[in-house]
Design a protein around this ligand. Sequence first.
Ligand code: HEC
Ligand code: HEC
Ligand code: HEC
Ligand code: HEC
Ligand code: HEC
Ligand code: HEC
Ligand code: HEC
Length: 451
Amino acid sequence: MARRESLASPWTAGVGRWRLPWLGLLLFLGGVIAFADYSRSQDPPQRQDADEFVVQRGRRRWQPRPRPRPPGRTQPQPPPPQQQQPVQDSYVVLGYNDLGMHCMNADFSQLCILPPYNSLHAQVIRRGREPDIVTRNVTVRYTIPSNTTSVTKTNFWQFAPALFGVMLPPDIGLTGNGLEGVMTPTGNNDWAAIGIPITPIDDGGFLNPYPLASIQVESQGNPVATTRAVVPVSWEISCNLCHAPGGTGPQVDADILLKHDQKHGTSLLGGPPVLCASCHADPALGTTGAPGVSSMSHAMHGSHATRMQPVADMGMTNICYACHPGFQTNCQRDVHFANGIYCIDCHGPMEAVAHPARTPWIDEPTCASCHDLGQEEFDFEEPGKLFKDSRGHGNVHCAACHGSPHAITPALTVEDNIQAIQHQGYPGVIDQCTVCHTSMPGDRFEHKRDD
Ligand code: HEC
Ligand code: HEC
Ligand code: HEC
Ligand code: HEC
Ligand code: HEC
Ligand code: HEC
Ligand code: HEC
């Protein structure tokens, strides 16, 4: 690996210069929105409520805060012995969810925006002076102890034949995975179980959007490493704020279909359950939609961008939570939220999300639009790749060290911090070299991937 003097080391003070304080200042002065590049689209439309936005910003802490660090983050130290891997310490496993939150409908009798479909990843590393990423000859199992069945909690299985043309066995999702099973190699340096059909109701009947999966690695039949990772899921999609407010779930869905039929000459209401993505292209489900019909994301954000006033009038400061989960769930629960950085600060307003130049699910914000470690080639995401698919240091996935998007650690949720605490004794980014290296590396930490 080539090493350059400019490369940052995690305990160098001042690592990770972000451009935001400067941009925040710009906002104070000008009130013009010019901060993040809205997901790489051209000419991001300006916010309509720019004034309100600036006032809100004035309350935020844009200056870098003095960052109190746990001792291990300023001086490299071996982890305390009790944090070592169970049974033997030759392997370490780091788990993460791909999206940071998966939304699903609760009731599929009339319509489906998104089915239960959670994707859990894990990276298995054989510890050593030079750690080795393991992609074969071990078995990686997952269970979700608090949430072992879904079929009693949603009517998805009843309507899957009409919606997706498949008869699914109880508790088996669209890709054949269940609520426990074996993860398979992805070909991208990690293991995954795609499409786990989990709901946000635990086995005690309580709502829990942050159930914990238990991941266990076995080598020749012996457990060699475990971890716990969140499998986040929510059906807090609050269309009922405006569609049939006060009505039941079925009345809300009926109102949505009725409005669609009235405005677009369709006849969706009263027929078999409707998969929105069958006409509106949706990369999340891999559908290409009907010719000439807008994508699901463009249709939803574009048409609703000018309809959000009632939500603002209700005193809701984050209008995205009208449809994304939500005031109960608070799907953005990360270090950014703790620092007063919310959806629009990274994604822009709804007009920007609906911008015709952006491709939904592909043109997303990047860490590099605000952070800058000053490394060559790329600072953060691999070129042309999303955060969830990118790897950094030693081919370790970004999310393995930092957590999932919207759950970047240290998170506000206890569950999202458990993994880092297990492995290094404190929450936050995995910055303890000896989590993976058996001896302190002599060379500096290179943040970016180099192969
Ligand atoms: C802030 C209020 C608000 C929220 C929240 C909201 N809608 Fe709407 N929606 C409207 C209004 C207003 C209309 C237009 C009704 C009309 O013109 O008769 C509409 C129309 C629609 C239509 C008809 C097609 C069109 O032209 O847009 C669909 C489909 C729709 N909404 C789906 C949804 C879904 C799905 C959700 C939740 C994920 C949702 N809406 C949440 C206010 C809202
Ligand atoms: C049979 C095909 C079909 C299905 C199924 C369908 N739509 Fe549509 N939808 C259309 C067409 C056609 C339009 C009008 C053309 C356009 O906006 O691209 C439209 C328009 C919309 C719009 C307004 C877009 C705009 O820019 O004004 C929204 C919102 C919408 N659909 C949401 C939904 C939702 C939510 C579902 C699932 C409940 C759904 N659609 C299911 C065909 C469909
Ligand atoms: C009226 C309902 C509604 C509101 C309000 C809303 N969204 Fe969405 N959003 C949706 C739906 C429905 C999807 C799922 C689309 C799909 O399945 O492809 C979605 C998907 C997305 C996606 C992923 C797809 C893509 O385009 O990349 C992003 C990002 C997103 N929303 C951001 C936002 C942000 C930021 C806000 C607030 C400024 C917001 N949304 C407000 C309904 C909404
Ligand atoms: C600190 C910046 C940041 C904030 C704040 C933020 N997002 Fe994101 N969001 C991202 C990034 C980065 C991605 C792309 C993740 C990737 O590349 O894998 C993303 C992706 C998404 C997606 C696509 C699916 C996924 O999770 O990858 C949706 C939907 C979304 N965001 C909605 C929201 C909503 C709603 C909020 C507010 C509740 C929000 N985001 C707040 C940075 C942010
Ligand atoms: C909209 C700009 C923006 C985007 C996009 C963004 N960040 Fe941040 N990030 C910030 C700001 C501002 C802070 C708060 C800095 C502070 O005061 O400590 C922060 C803090 C952090 C911290 C905590 C630093 C610490 O030690 O306290 C981490 C880790 C982090 N971001 C990682 C990421 C990752 C990973 C991504 C991409 C998925 C990302 N950020 C995207 C602006 C952003
Ligand atoms: C081996 C673990 C590891 C991997 C893999 C990793 N990072 Fe980091 N990252 C770190 C450490 C350690 C820091 C320094 C944190 C600090 O000083 O607070 C950091 C800093 C950052 C920051 C700046 C946060 C701040 O403190 O201002 C961002 C943004 C970031 N990483 C994004 C990424 C992205 C994107 C990837 C994948 C391409 C990635 N990281 C891969 C460990 C990792
Ligand atoms: C999450 C696991 C993980 C953590 C934490 C981690 N590393 Fe690594 N590191 C790796 C992997 C995997 C490699 C790739 C080894 C190879 O080249 O085969 C690597 C390679 C290296 C190399 C190059 C080794 C060589 O000779 O090729 C150096 C130097 C290094 N790491 C330093 C550090 C330092 C310093 C830290 C603490 C800040 C650290 N690493 C934390 C996983 C990790």
